[in-house]
Design a protein around this ligand. Structure first.
Ligand SMILES: Cc1ncc(COP(=O)(O)O)c(C=O)c1O
Length: 411
C-alpha cells in the first residue's frame, strides 16, 4: 500500500522539529577506533573524514572500560561458549548463570539485598515505575529528570504528578505536605547526576524529607534514584552519587551498564521483596530479552576491574584529568560550571557561538557536544565536554591548546 498520506503527515512533523530547532539530523558515524598509544588516548575515525583522527570528548564511557582488553576478552569468550544472543525472555529459557551472578554482584557492589537487570537503564526505569505506581500514588519528580522518568510516569497514570524546580528541596517539601490526606503512596524520583550539567541531586535532604513525611502516608514514601551518569564516574570507589553524598537510604537505585561500565544494559538494586515483586510484574523485564551472556560477563569483568587497584587508579586519573581540564578552562578565562563530575560544561550562552566553537573543535580533531535551546533555556547554551579515564594529560593539554587558540584568534 502506498504510504503517501502518512508520509505527508510525517514530513510535516519533521518540518516542525526543524522549525523548533530540535531536529537531531545526521549522526556522526564512527568507522574505526585506534587504541591508546603512549601518551595518546584512543582516537576515533568518523565517516566522511578519511584518516583524520579524533579525540572523543563526548562519550559517556567515563572509565574507557569498553575498550579494555580484559573486558573485550570476557565478552568474546562468553559469546563463543553461549552464543550471540539469549534466545528467549528470562522466564521462558533466557536466564543464564551469568545473569544471576551479575545481579548478585550488582547488589553486593551497592550493598543491597538484591539486584535485577534489564536491557537498558531506560527499560529499567520504564519497568520499575509503572508496577510501583498505583491509582493512589502521587509521583514527585525533579524538573530536569531524564526522559525515561518522564515517560515512565506518563505510562503509569498515577493519581497525580508533581514537578519541583531543579534540586529545590523546599518545593519538594511543599509538594509532600500537599499530598498528605490525598494519596496512600508517594514516589519521589530523581536523577542522581543530571546529564546536562553534571550536577547532582541533594540525596541526603531528599532522604530526610522522605523519612520525615513517610508516617503521613498509609503505604509510605519510596525514593527512586536513576544514577546512570553517577555509577563508575563519581564517588571514592565509583559507587556513584549515593557514595559521593554519603547517602544510603535511597530505596531503589537504578543505573546503566552502558556508560562508565562500558558495556550495555541497565539494572536496579533494592530489597529482596521489591525485586521479587518487580520480577513478577515488570513488563520490561518479563516480555523482552535480557542482555546477552557476553554483556553480562563483560560487565562482571568491568566491576571486577573497578574494585581492583587498577580501578582505583582509573578513578583517580579520571578525577585528576577532570580537575586539570576544568582548571585549564578557568585559567583561559572560560566560564565553567563548578563540580567534580567528568561532565564539564563550558558555558557559551549563545547558540551561534556554541555552533561555531563545536565546529572549530571538530575541525581540530576534537568531538564535543553543543547543547542549545530548547534542551536548555536560552542563554544557557553550552558545550558539554566529558572526560574519560583513557584521556592522557597530553590529550587534555591538546584540547586546552585548541581552546586557547580559539580564544585568542576567534573571539
Ligand atoms: C539518567 C539516565 N537514565 C537513563 C539513561 C539511558 O541509559 P541506557 O542507555 O542504559 O538506556 C540515561 C542516558 O542518557 C540517563 O542519563
Amino acid at each position: 500500500m502506498p504510504l503517501t498520506k502518512i508520509e505527508k503527515v510525517l514530513s510535516k512533523g519533521l518540518d516542525e522539529l526543524k522549525e523548533k530547532g530540535i531536529i537531531k539530523g545526521k549522526e556522526t558515524v564512527i568507522t574505526g577506533i585506534k587504541q591508546a598509544q603512549e601518551s595518546k588516548g584512543p582516537r576515533y575515525f568518523i565517516e566522511g573524514y578519511g584518516n583524520k583522527e579524533f579525540l572523543m570528548m563526548n562519550s559517556n564511557s567515563y572509565l574507557g572500560m569498553g575498550l579494555r582488553k580484559e573486558v573485550i576478552e570476557a565478552e568474546e569468550k562468553a559469546a563463543k561458549e553461549f552464543g550471540a544472543g539469549p534466545g528467549a525472555v528470562r522466564f521462558i529459557s533466557g536466564t543464564y548463570e551469568s545473569h544471576v551472578e551479575l545481579e548478585k554482584r550488582l547488589a553486593k557492589f551497592h550493598n543491597r539485598e538484591a539486584g535485577m537487570i534489564f536491557s537498558s537503564a531506560y527499560a529499567a526505569i520504564m519497568g520499575t515505575l509503572p508496577p510501583l505506581i498505583s491509582k493512589d500514588t502521587i509521583v514527585i519528580s525533579d524538573q530536569l529528570n531524564h526522559n525515561c522518568i518522564i515517560n515512565a510516569a506518563r505510562l503509569s497514570r498515577p493519581k497525580d504528578k508533581r514537578i519541583y524546580s531543579h534540586n529545590n528541596t523546599n518545593e519538594l517539601e511543599s509538594n509532600l505536605k500537599e499530598c498528605i490526606g490525598v494519596c496512600r503512596r508517594v514516589i519521589i524520583v530523581t536523577d542522581g547526576i543530571f546529564s546536562m550539567r553534571g550536577d547532582y541531586a541533594p540525596l541526603p535532604e531528599i532522604a530526610d524529607l522522605a523519612e520525615k513525611y513517610d508516617p503521613e502516608f498509609e503505604e509510605g514514601i519510596l525514593t527512586i534514584v536513576d544514577d546512570s551518569h553517577g555509577v563508575g564516574a563519581i564517588g571514592e570507589t565509583g559507587r556513584g552519587t549515593t557514595e559521593f553524598t554519603h547517602e544510603n537510604r535511597i530505596d531503589i537505585l537504578v543505573a546503566t551498564m552502558g556508560k562508565a561500565l562500558g558495556v550495555n544494559g541497565g539494572y536496579l538494586v533494592s530489597t529482596a521483596k521489591v525485586v521479587d515483586y518487580l520480577r513478577e510484574t515488570s513488563p520490561f523485564y518479563i516480555y523482552t530479552n535480557p542482555i546477552t551472556v557476553s554483556e553480562a560477563r563483560a560487565t562482571l569483568k568491568a566491576l571486577e576491574i573497578l574494585d581492583s587497584d587498577k580501578g582505583k587508579g582509573m578513578l583517580k586519573h579520571l578525577r585528576e584529568m577532570t580537575a586539570y581540564f576544568r582548571k585549564g578552562l578557568i585559567d583561559l578565562g572560560y566560564e565553567v560550571v563548578k563540580g567534580e563530575h567528568p561532565i564539564v560544561p563550558l558555558m557559551i550562552r549563545d547558540t551561534k557561538k556554541t555552533v561555531k566553537l563545536v565546529k572549530y573543535l571538530k575541525d581540530n580533531g576534537i568531538l564535543s557536544t553543543g547543547i542549545y535551546y530548547p534542551v536548555v533555556p536560552r542563554g544557557d547554551e553550552e558545550i558539554r565536554f566529558q572526560i574519560c579515564a583513557e584521556h592522557t594529560k597530553s590529550d587534555i593539554d591538546y584540547a586546552l591548546k585548541v581552546l586557547k587558540d580559539y580564544k585568542e584568534t576567534r573571539l
